[in-house]
Design a protein around this ligand. Structure first.
Ligand code: ADP
Length: 375
């Protein structure tokens, strides 16, 4: 049992003084979201959005002070600012998170990673995480070195879908070693916070958490890091997309019109921040009868393809609604690894291969397609 508690962390932080007010951050009411779990400490320092960048030394000092405590295994300290009421999505460039100190230093994040690719959706429940996981694993079977970063901080799914439990370790108390399963590295807030702990983090904290998970995790050399984005197209997602050096984004959509409207918002969001949209994937595209194999197009099938055409964006493929996809992903053995010879696994592999080719083509290296390893 670790001896670190919220109280002992609070005591240590009450010695960290904000130079302007000369008050310590605890009595100044700047400390929020403090959570301690098995020696892993996370907290936020609330600052005036206008002074965000000046506050980085204070964040560092707070982090250092807690790191120095015996029994502390890792510290994640983020700067946060009250979200300005009524800020429009465009305001993200001027909003609090844009002042986050690391915002401009894209280069410092995950330097050994060749392509960071966001998997996004206009709304929740469309199968974004399921697709992100299966695509990451499919890329891996194509011989690509892959990691998956669960940025869906409000509802992390990757520990469950990747079948990973436990806590990441750290040799120096600063940099976390990513977890790993099926040859794919994985990091998620879900490893640091108990599953039943409600996520009370606000937009700006989410944005810096993603930066920290890129910067403070030993991702090593990877070809692709898939980022499972939080669903939606609000300020938090927009700023995340802006502050992380994304090579491209893949939009997951269901065929329903409503979802397509949301998917359009997703497209516009990435366009706004100049991140190339690699394409749209239609998930739960048609229903595959497990008994006779008959395909029923329950929803208006083909909508995503049409939309993609209209927008001049590539359509990457259709994934059926299939109980096996649900059971295997939710059971931590995604279909790409548990039933590699199923037609569904092959759909994921085709999409993954299209994504890889597009990344390489954009890079203009004309590198040969990776070796295909069939299991
Ligand atoms: P999101 O990340 O968009 O919120 P999830 O990936 O968590 O969505 O998926 C929501 C639920 O739908 C999960 O239970 C998942 O297993 C299931 N699901 C996702 N895609 C499919 C599919 N193609 N066929 C059947 N079930 C699916």
């Amino acid at each position: 049992m670790s001896k670190v508690t919220e109280e002992t962390v609070r005591q240590v932080l009450s010695k960290v003084v904000e130079p302007n007010s000369r008050q310590d951050i605890v009595s100044a009411g700047m400390l929020s979201g403090l959570a301690v779990r098995d020696g892993h400490v996370t907290f936020a320092v609330e600052v005036d959005p206008k002074r965000g960048s000046e506050m980085e030394p204070l964040r560092k000092a707070a982090e250092k002070a807690v790191e120095a405590m015996p029994d502390v295994l890792s510290v994640t300290a983020v700067l946060t600012a009250q979200r300005q009421a009524g800020a429009n999505p465009d305001g993200a460039t001027r909003g609090p998170a844009a002042e986050s100190p690391q915002g401009a230093q894209k280069g410092g994040m995950a330097p050994g990673v060749k392509y960071i690719v966001a998997v996004a959706s206009g709304k929740g429940g469309v199968g974004k995480s399921t697709s992100a996981t299966n695509l990451a694993l499919a890329l891996s079977t194509l011989g690509v070195r892959v990691g998956i970063l669960d940025a869906d901080i409000y509802g992390p799914s990757q520990p469950r879908m990747m079948g990973i439990s436990g806590r990441p370790s750290s040799t120096d108390g600063k940099i976390l070693k990513p977890m790993e399963n099926y040859g794919v590295k994985c990091m998620s807030m879900g490893f640091l916070v108990a599953e039943d702990t409600p996520m009370i983090w606000r937009g700006p904290m989410v944005q810096s958490a993603l930066q920290q998970m890129l910067r403070d995790v030993a991702w090593g050399e990877l070809d692709v890091l898939i980022v499972d984005m939080p669903p939606g197209t609000g300020d938090a997602q927009l700023t995340m997309a802006q502050q992380v050096p994304l090579a491209g984004a893949v939009i997951i959509s269901t065929p329903q019109d409503i979802a397509l409207l949301d998917a359009k918002k997703g497209l516009n969001m990435f366009r706004k921040v100049d991140v190339p949209v690699l394409g749209i994937v239609e998930n739960m595209s048609y229903f595959c009868c497990p008994n006779c194999g008959h395909q029923s197009h329950i929803f208006s099938h083909g909508g995503a393809r049409k939309e993609a055409e209209k927008f001049g964006i590539d359509f990457l493929g259709e994934i059926p609604l299939d109980i096996e996809i649900r059971e295997t992903s939710d059971g931590g053995q995604p279909i790409v690894v548990s039933r590699p010879d199923s037609p569904h696994a092959s759909v994921y592999r085709d999409i993954a291969s299209a994504i890889w080719s597009k990344l390489e083509a954009r890079e203009g290296r004309g590198r040969a397609a990776p070796r295909i390893v069939m299991q």
